[in-house]
Structure formats: structure tokens, C-alpha cells
Design a binder for this molecule. Sequence first.
Ligand code: 4NP
Length: 164
Amino acid sequence: MGGKKKKVRVLMVCLGNICRSPTAHGVFQHRIESAGLEEIIKVDSAGTGDYHVGEKPDKRARTAAKRRGYSLGGLRARQVQAEDFERFDYILAMDDNNLRDLTTLCPKPFRHKLKLLMDFADNNYSAVPDPYYGKGDAFELVLNLVEEASNALLEHIKTHDLNG
Ligand code: 4NP
């Protein structure tokens, strides 16, 4: 009713912020826009490591995403910052190593924000496998898993954060 709606902020996190989390960032942004919720739900991504800071997403990730209509070319890698734990509502790790590293960095009052992205998907995967040293189709699996989890995450946020 005319009031200023609170934003919901989502941070996708992997190790390098050049393969999995930028893919999740681009796919979830696409879902947000398709739902017309870009003024309310904000997504960003970051890495626990600093090896690739400032780089575009990996070429293989960009190519695979582009084939499905997602553009990752405008993204640049950054490392997780202390402020992220306060700023974001959902901080979603791609795998258990990322979650462990985030838990070490995250102040206790914000630890409830940390989850695995795949917690939101109803399948047999608990993590998005690291595709960096994988074969070509590793990036297709990343996209399949991220698309499934993104759909479920959007439904979760609509139900739990946006009054249904
Ligand atoms: P990401 O993939 O965590 O999905 O971005 C990786 C990117 C770089 C490295 C490892 C994983 N690396 O070792 O440089």
C-alpha cells in the first residue's frame, strides 16, 4: 500500500567468482527481471579467494551461459568483504568449502544468512561442483543446477520475504 518496500539482497559465493557464482548471479538476475522484481530483489556475487579479482567470468562460463540467453560479460570478480555479511540477506555458497570459509569470516549474528545455494533445489546435489578443471560439460551441469536452484530460490523469496 504505497509504502517503500524493503529490498531483498542475495549474494552468490564461490571460490574464484569467475565460474559458478557469476553464473548464478546472471541466471538469478534473469529470473528476477522475468518476474518484474528488479526493484525489490538485488543479486551480486563474490569469491572467497582473491586470485581472479577484477577479471571477467571465465570464457567457458560466458560461452555456456550465452547459449542459454544469459549475459555474464559485464561482471567482474571481487572478493567477499566484511560488510557483505551485514548487507546481504541471503549469502549462498556453491559448495561446502565455500560455506566453511564463509562461516569462519562471518560474525555470529549473521551466520543464519549462510546457506548452500543447492539447499533450495529439490535434487540429489548438495553442491555446485567446481568446473574450473572439469571437462567441457562441467559448465552445462553448473547451468542446470543453478537454473533449478534459482527458480526455487525465487519462489522461496516470494513466499517468505514478499508476502507470497
Ligand atoms: P569458481 O571456479 O570458484 O566457480 O569461480 C574456480 C575458479 C578459479 C579457481 C578455482 C575455481 N582457481 O583455482 O583459480
